[in-house]
Design a protein around this ligand. Structure first.
Ligand code: F1P
Length: 431
């Protein structure tokens, strides 16, 4: 009699040693150990106990006891494999960090290193992408900002690419020659899954980019990229977002026939050293009511993400937008002391600087993200955070750490928990 998405575990009064379960479109996973079994909505819940997991599928129901389990399916057979999860249990612990969010931001260079080591896995995907006449990204929230970054990169090499928010996908016409790239760290976001369902009905092929092995999204997809960020516990996406961007960057480089920049993880480690300076800026921002993030080109998705991260966890009102849009309305809100954060890039540099001048003229406080050796920015910004000099496409992979650390520190300074923002969930399984 149940409809919609659910993952239920129940216990019968007269059989306390038996846990009954049923799932549809919401995650549910069995963990297997000798003389002890587990059932949870996510792998990290039992990872300390066991790395053997059975990922349940839509329509599965059954029971577990301490030493047995049975799975049936509403529509037919339910022969589910036991999978070995290669995440280590420590990855799901705080390891001395105050919050998971901080630990996970600090794990970005390691994720980059791991991703670079398995670069060849992306070669067949890059070849696949070339076959389609149009690429349609779909994703929600933070993952949508990765999609925007991918759209800018792919468009720059002549691939027709669009990015559509999952919940808006219903109004888009999809064709058989389209490849839909669905991005979701959890792989369970209902809006993204229904976009995929629609795209499949209309004949498109699906490539998924997700961080959770065996997620619903991965199972729906024709091809998948598994990001190597390991378990992400904080509600906000940090290392998974950076891993999504990195994978898109690597695909772009492969399609273009260029080698990716080496030493990205080293540069990211250098960026982490800026943390004391970032905290000082957070001290200046934390008492404000509003913050604006502006960027051009690849700086635009970053501006969007910087604002989302800040508002999600610090509850400060923040808006991200293309720098050129500022004068079309939002400039009226800039007054003395309004913080404006600018991820500056070599592309459209002078135009972005002139947008910064517009802000400065109204008394706005400009915090710029730039690189070592960029002199001009110092004349217009109140403070500059400088990353190692690299290329236009690579700066977002460095700047993101600053934006995440900024949101983190503003939040902690405001006495809030960056791991568990109110009203939000890690896995959004409702439309
Ligand atoms: C999408 C998302 C996250 C956000 C929050 C709520 O998740 O919007 O970006 O940080 O956790 O959900 P996903 O589709 O990437 O799993």
């Amino acid at each position: 009699m149940l409809r919609g998405s659910y993952a239920i575990v129940a216990i019968k009064q007269d059989e306390p040693g038996k846990l009954l379960f049923a799932r549809n479109k919401s995650p549910l996973i069995i963990g297997l150990k000798d003389e002890e079994n587990f059932i949870a909505s996510d792998i990290p819940a039992f990872l300390k106990e066991t790395n053997k997991a059975v990922i349940l599928e839509n329509g599965d129901y059954g029971y577990i006891t301490e030493n047995s389990y049975e799975i049936r399916n509403l529509k037919g057979s339910a022969d589910r494999k036991v999978q070995e999860i290669n995440w280590d249990a420590e990855a799901a612990e705080k390891e001395g960090y105050d919050y998971f969010a901080l630990k996970e931001i600090n794990e970005i260079p390691r994720t980059t290193e791991d991703t670079m080591k398995s670069l060849e896995d992306l070669t067949p995907v890059a070849e696949e992408i070339r076959k389609y006449s149009r690429i349609m990204f779909t994703a929600c929230g933070t993952s949508y900002h990765a999609a925007l970054y991918g759209k800018y990169l792919f468009n720059s090499i002549g691939i027709r690419t669009e990015a559509v928010i999952g919940s808006e996908f219903a109004s888009v016409k999809i064709g058989k020659d389209d490849l839909v790239i669905a991005i979701s760290q959890s792989g369970e976001t209902a809006d993204t899954l229904s976009a995929v369902e629609k795209a499949k009905k209309e004949g498109a092929k699906i490539l998924s980019i997700s961080n959770v092995l065996g997620s619903s999204l991965e199972r729906e997809a024709d091809f998948s990229i598994h990001t190597l960020a390991g378990p992400e516990i904080a509600v906000i996406a940090t290392k998974t977002f950076s891993a999504q961007m990195l994978n898109l960057y690597l695909l772009y480089k492969m399609i273009k026939g260029e080698r990716p920049e080496t030493g990205l993880e080293k540069m990211q480690r250098k960026v982490l050293e800026l943390e004391p300076d970032i905290r000082k800026i957070a001290e200046k921002i934390q008492e404000k009511e509003n913050a604006y993030f502006i960027g051009r080109g690849l700086g635009y998705p970053l501006a969007m993400e910087g604002a989302l991260k800040l508002k999600e966890i610090s509850y400060m009102h923040a808006e991200g937008m293309p720098a050129g849009e500022l004068k079309h309305g939002t400039l009226s809100l800039i007054e003395k002391g309004t913080p404006v954060i600018v991820p500056l890039l070599p592309e459209m540099y002078d135009k972005t600087i002139s947008n910064m001048e517009e802000v400065k003229a109204r008394g706005g406080l400009i915090f710029a993200l730039s690189w070592e050796g960029d002199e001009k920015v110092g004349n217009v910004a109140s403070e500059v955070l400088r990353v190692p000099k690299t290329g236009n496409e690579e700066y977002p992979l460095l700047y993101i750490l600053i934006l995440q650390l900024l949101a983190y520190h503003v939040t902690v300074l405001r006495g809030l928990s960056p791991d568990k923002p109110r009203n939000l969930a890690k896995c959004v399984t409702v439309e």
